[in-house]
Design a protein. Structure first.
Length: 367
C-alpha cells in the first residue's frame, strides 16, 4: 500500500494535525509502508521526514490564521499524484479539494480533523448563510469522498445525520513514552518564578478565536492570584494579546510555541490542571496528552473520547461554570488522582492502535 497525505495544516507551529502526521510518518517507516506528504510552502521543494517523501508546493498565506497557507494550484497536486501512483489519498482537515482530486485511480479519503460548524461560527455572516455553506460543504464536498474518517463518534453521528454513510471513526493516540508523569521537572516552579504551593494551570494549543481564548483569560483573572498560576503554550493570531497580559500579570507565564514534544510533556507533567474553554474540538489531542502526564481536565463537555473523566467538565460556556469547575478540580489534585487519570489514558490510547485500525480500514475498502 502507498499512502499520500495532503493538508494545509502543517507548518513549524501547527498543532494536532501536524502531530498526527508526524506520528503517522514514524509508524509508516517502522512498517515499511510508502508514505508521501503534500503541504503548502513558499516555493516548490522536496525533502524527507523519516522515510516520508514531502512535497512543499507554492501557496498563498491565509490572513488572520497565524501562519497557515493554501495551495495555489490543484493541478500541481494532481501532477504529483499521477507520478506517485498512490493507493490511498487522505485529505487532512481540508474539504474544498475533494471534487478537484477525485479519481478512479485511488481511494480518496477525508480525515475530518476540522469541524465545519466551528469554522463557520467564526465567519461574520448571517446564520442563514452559514447554514447554506454548511449543507453545501457536506452534500457537495464531503459526500463525494470515497471514505470519511472521523476522530470521534460524536463527529461521525453528526455527519450521518446528514445522510452520509461512508464513515468510520478512528481515535487518535498518544506517545506514552513521551507523555507520562515521569517527565515532571522538580525545578519547574523555580525556573518560571512560580511561588511554591500555587495550583499550576496549563493551556496548550492554538491561540485563536475558535479556542475561546478570551474566555480563558477572563476566567483566569477572576481566580485568586495568590493561589493560581497559569502557563500558556502555543501560537496563533491572539498571541500578542496573551503576551501583553503576561507582562501585566505576574501569575501568568507565556512560553510561546514549544517545538519539541519532550519540552511540552515536561510542562504538562509539572502542572496540575489543563484548562480549555474551546467548544470546537473534533478530538482534543492536547486533552489526551495532558491527562497522560497526570493533569486533571477542566473543559467544556463535548462528549469526546478524550474526556473520560466528567467531574470537572462544564455544561455551560460561562465564566462562573469554569470558575467553579477549576475550584472543584483543585480540591481533587493529588498524586492518587493524577495517577488514576494518567493510567487510564496510557492503557487505552496509543498511536500504534490508531494506525493499525486506519490501515485495516483502508485495506478493507481496497480489497
Amino acid at each position: 500500500m502507498k499512502l499520500v497525505d495532503i493538508t494545509p495544516y502543517f507548518h513549524s507551529k501547527s498543532g494536532g494535525i501536524r502531530r498526527y502526521l508526524l506520528e503517522k510518518s514514524k509508524y509508516m517507516q517502522k512498517k515499511g509502508i510508502e508514505h508521501v506528504l503534500i503541504i503548502p510552502g513558499k516555493e516548490r521543494k522536496t525533502y524527507h521526514i523519516n522515510s516520508t517523501k514531502v512535497y512543499e508546493l507554492p501557496s498563498f498565506p491565509l490572513p488572520l490564521t497565524g501562519g497557515y497557507r493554501f495551495f495555489s494550484s490543484f493541478a500541481e497536486i494532481r501532477e504529483i499524484l499521477q507520478i506517485e501512483e498512490p493507493d490511498v489519498v487522505e485529505l487532512g482537515g481540508t474539504y474544498q479539494p475533494i471534487s478537484h482530486l477525485k479519481s478512479d485511480r485511488y481511494l480518496l479519503s477525508v480525515f475530518y480533523h476540522s469541524d465545519i460548524r466551528t469554522d463557520l461560527s467564526l465567519l461574520p455572516a448571517p446564520e442563514k448563510l452559514k447554514k447554506v455553506l454548511l449543507e453545501h460543504t457536506i452534500r457537495k464536498k464531503l459526500s463525494k469522498a470515497d471514505l470519511i474518517i472521523t476522530p470521534s463518534r460524536g463527529q461521525e453521528e453528526f455527519l450521518r445525520a446528514y445522510g452520509l454513510d461512508n464513515i468510520t471513526t478512528v481515535n487518535l493516540g498518544v506517545d506514552t513514552e513521551v507523555f507520562n508523569p515521569s517527565k515532571r521537572d522538580p525545578y519547574f516552579e523555580k525556573a518560571l518564578g512560580i511561588d511554591s504551593g500555587r495550583f499550576k494551570l496549563i493551556y496548550a494549543g492554538r491561540l485563536s478565536p475558535e479556542k475561546n481564548i478570551d474566555l480563558l483569560l477572563e476566567v483566569f483573572q477572576h481566580l485568586d492570584p495568590t493561589l493560581f498560576h497559569l502557563v500558556v503554550v502555543g501560537d496563533g493570531p491572539l498571541r500578542k494579546r496573551v503576551e501583553r497580559l503576561s507582562q501585566k500579570l505576574p501569575n501568568l507565564t507565556y512560553l510561546g510555541y514549544l517545538q519539541k514534544e519532550e519540552d511540552l510533556a515536561k510542562v504538562y507533567a509539572s502542572c496540575d490542571i489543563f484548562v480549555s474553554t474551546s467548544i470546537g474540538e473534533t478530538y482534543g489531542l492536547a486533552f489526551l496528552e495532558a491527562q497522560a502526564c497526570g493533569c486533571l481536565l477542566v473543559a467544556y463537555d463535548m462528549g469526546l473520547e478524550t474526556q473520560p473523566f466528567k467531574e470537572f467538565l462544564v455544561k455551560e460556556l460561562t465564566l462562573e461554570a469554569f470558575y467553579h469547575a477549576i475550584v472543584r478540580a483543585c480540591n481533587e489534585v493529588s498524586l492518587v488522582n493524577k495517577e488514576k487519570v494518567s493510567s487510564f489514558v496510557l492503557s487505552n490510547f496509543s498511536w500504534n492502535a490508531t494506525f493499525e485500525k486506519l490501515l485495516d480500514v483502508y485495506q478493507g475498502v481496497l480489497v
